[in-house]
Each structure stands twice: as structure tokens, then as C-alpha cells.
Design a protein around this ligand. Structure first.
Ligand SMILES: Nc1ncnc2c1ncn2[C@@H]1O[C@H](COP(=O)(O)OP(=O)(O)OP(=O)(O)O)[C@@H](O)[C@H]1O
Ligand SMILES: [Mg+2]
Length: 384
């Protein structure tokens, strides 16, 4: 297990308010793959480098497998080479003048006592076998594709049988198809070895796909932590909702709370939200809805349907995104079946799905930085 308590890091020359990592408390369970997910600059790499001992913390405690490896207050700092970790970076950082096997053997040669060359070779071959590269052992390292080089880096990280594997955006230099395959391979190896792994990415799909747990970060803080399905389906925080592509939000007030959930008044409309958490009558809330959480029809099938007009549509091949105006709000609605002939100005009705509504209390919303403020590039969260 990895345990971080009050972990804080400020880079020299930056103002006190600009802690790269700002009092992080986090537990990463034994044998699990936990992803740090967040926009550029939120402190993911810094957190990973602190765990690896490549940076020194200003405050807080880092424990790996029950051993304190960093605690500035008690002058404890265990160096990188003495921490039970293997690390893979975004740039593979393999040595171009060596063969594949020599790259993978390298970490063993700095072990004390140094193992015999034949024993080191055998261990390295096992690591290469694990990543499917045993047949490529004698090749020069640069004579490999990007995916193969990244697998060499993974084998090298695993060769000393570390307790912890740290992966900093290991797939971001690969093209899309290879990315998916490597992602699956990493997950397979991680599960086979049962190795505690911290995986850093700013790609939400990747995070949801590989993780036992996802930790959402912003501005050096942990925003929330949970199972991928929980974080995706019912984010507890506005930042997470936006970062995971929940593009529709409507402000309202809780009218009543009953066994079926909360009835929320949203301007001239109202809706029932089944998963309303701790919302209380009179509370100001935002209701977040994914684009696919509505039924769109020309006719009014239910009293609860909201009248609106089509602004414009975007065709994606397998679905349409309709941008629908409801008074002052513009909602994005995704429709998978063919809807012929809906065009600008057409009147339609929208039925929101009460099970898919994400209700976030008003007081959770003020302090947080929105993804737009955090990073324009990442804020263009893809719509699901
Ligand atoms: N060596 C450094 N010196 C000064 N500031 C740094 C240094 N490294 C990172 N920072 C700053 O610390 C903050 C966190 O950076 P970090 O690299 O941890 O972010 P990140 O979440 O990994 O981002 P990305 O997704 O872009 O890799 C940023 O504001 C960054 O500018
Ligand atoms: Mg980074």
C-alpha cells in the first residue's frame, strides 16, 4: 500500500499560493491500479515523482508498504534506488546504445550485491517474456517501434520485481490503435503480477478503462476518489462532472424530497432526480445531465417532457448531437436512432431520465476552479 499524508510540494521560485501539490491525503490499496486523472498542471507528475523520490516534499509523509520513505519533519528521505519502485515515463527513456536485453538488465547491475551476469540475464528474459518481447532481446533498442520501446521500458521497470509500479502517461507517445493495445497489456501484466500501480493520465477514457480506482485532481488537490463507474455515473463534484464530459448543467432549487428522489425546479421546468444525495428542500443545486440522458421526440409523450426548439445538429456517424434551446438554456442531446428531418427551428420535446441526473449541491460549486479556468485544452472534454 502507498499512503500519502498532507503531501505538499512547492517548486523554488513559485509563490506560496502556487503549491504544485497541496496537502494531498491518499491511500493506494495493495495490488490495485489507481489512476491520477486531471488537467495539465494539476500536479500528477509531481505527485508521482514525490512517490519515486525524484523530488523532495516540503511537508507530509509518504509510506510505501508500511515503510516511511519521506518525512521532512523527521528528516527522513529514502533515495530513489532504495525505494521498492519501478517507473515508466512518457518518453520511454531507454538507452539507444544498448540492446533490448541490456536495457532491461541495467537496473539489476546497480543492485547490491550484484547478481551474476547469467542470473541477471535470466531475470531480464523473464521480464521481456512478460511483455511479449523475448524474441527481440538481442536487437538494438532503437530498432523498435514506439510500442515495443514502451514495452522495453515496462520490462525494465518490472525487472527488479518492485512492490510498486509508477507510470507517468506511458501511452501518450503512441498512436491511437497502439495506445489501446498497450493499455490492455499494461492492465493484464499489472493484474497478473498483482502489483500496486499508480498510473498518471489526463485522458478520461484511459483512466476509466484501466483503473480499480480513479483519483481526480485539480490545482494540486484531490477533488474526489472512487471506482471508475461511480466517478463516471455519479460524480460528487462539479469539476469532475465537467472534466468527464457531462456537458449539460441546469441551475435549480430542490422543491421536495421523497422516496423516488428529489423534485427539482429548474426555472419554469421541473424534474425528478433519483440520485439526489443529501439534497434538502430549499437547497440550491445544479443538475448535470449527459447528452444521452434525454429522450427526444416530436410529440409530447409525457406531462414531464420539456418543450424546446432545435438550434443545430451535428452528425457523428453512429449518432446525432442536437443542440436544443429551452428558453435561456442550450442543451446538447445525443440521439442514436435515425431522426430524419430535424432542423433549425423545429419544435421538439425532451424527457430527462431521472436515473441519470447528477445533483450537485450549490455550496460545492463556489470554491472550485472550473476545468475551463484550469486548462482550455483539457476543458474541451469530449461529449459522451
Ligand atoms: N521543475 C519545475 N519547476 C517549477 N515548476 C514546476 C516544475 N515542474 C512542474 N512545475 C509546476 O508545478 C505544477 C504541477 O506540475 P505537474 O508537472 O505535476 O503537472 P501535471 O499534472 O503532471 O501536468 P501535465 O498533464 O501537463 O503533465 C504546474 O504548475 C507546473 O508548472
Ligand atoms: Mg505530467
Amino acid at each position: 500500500m502507498i499512503k500519502l499524508t498532507g503531501l505538499t510540494k512547492r517548486y523554488p521560485g513559485r509563490s506560496v499560493t502556487a503549491n504544485a501539490v497541496d496537502g494531498i491525503d491518499l491511500e493506494i490499496p495493495e495490488g490495485k491500479l489507481v489512476t491520477l486523472l486531471g488537467p495539465s498542471g494539476c500536479g500528477k507528475t509531481t505527485t508521482l515523482r514525490l512517490i519515486a523520490g525524484l523530488e523532495r516534499a516540503d511537508r507530509g509523509v509518504i509510506e510505501i508498504g508500511g515503510q516511511v520513505v519521506s518525512d521532512p519533519e523527521h528528516r527522513i528521505f529514502v533515495g530513489t534506488h532504495r525505494r521498492p519502485i519501478g517507473i515508466v515515463f512518457q518518453s520511454y527513456a531507454i538507452w539507444p546504445h544498448m540492446t533490448v536485453i541490456d536495457n532491461v538488465m541495467f537496473p539489476l547491475r546497480v543492485n547490491r550485491p550484484r547478481p551474476k551476469k547469467s542470473a541477471a540475464r535470466e531475470t531480464a528474459m523473464q521480464a521481456l517474456d512478460l511483455v511479449g518481447l523475448a524474441d527481440f532481446a538481442e536487437r538494438p533498442a532503437p530498432a523498435q517501434s514506439g510500442g515495443q520501446q514502451q514495452r522495453v521500458a515496462l520490462a525494465r521497470a518490472l525487472v527488479r520485481e518492485p512492490k510498486v509500479l509508477l507510470l507517468d502517461e506511458p501511452l501518450s507517445n503512441l498512436d491511437k490503435g497502439l495506445r489501446g493495445r498497450m493499455r490492455d497489456e499494461i492492465r493484464a501484466v499489472q493484474q497478473r503480477l498483482g502489483i500496486t500501480t499508480v498510473f498518471v493520465t489526463h485522458d478520461q477514457d484511459e483512466a476509466l478503462a484501466v483503473s480499480d480506482e480513479v483519483v481526480v485532481m485539480n490545482g494540486g488537490h484531490v477533488i474526489e476518489q472512487g471506482l471508475p463507474q461511480a466517478i463516471y455515473t455519479y460524480p460528487q463534484d462539479m469539476f469532475t462532472a465537467r472534466f468527464l464530459g457531462v456537458s449539460n448543467s441546469l441551475d435549480g432549487v430542490v422543491d421536495s424530497v421523497g422516496p423516488d428522489g428529489a423534485t427539482v425546479t429548474l426555472g419554469s421546468r421541473s424534474m425528478v432526480c433519483r440520485q439526489s444525495g443529501t439534497a434538502q428542500p430549499g437547497e440550491r443545486v445544479s443538475v448535470f445531465m449527459r447528452p444521452e440522458s434525454f429522450r427526444l421526440s416530436r410529440r409530447q409523450h409525457s406531462e414531464d417532457a420539456w418543450p424546446g426548439t432545435i438550434e443545430f445538429s451535428i452528425y457523428h456517424g453512429d449518432c446525432w448531437d442536437y443542440h436544443v434551446r429551452l428558453d435561456d438554456d442550450l442543451l446538447k442531446v445525443r440521439v442514436y436512432q435515425e431522426k430524419v428531418g430535424l432542423a433549425h427551428g423545429d419544435s421538439i420535446f425532451l424527457e430527462p431520465d431521472p436515473d441519470s441526473a447528477i445533483v450537485i449541491s450549490g455550496d460545492k460549486q463556489e470554491a472550485e476552479q472550473t476545468p475551463e479556468e484550469a486548462s482550455p485544452a483539457d476543458a474541451v472534454a469530449r461529449t459522451r
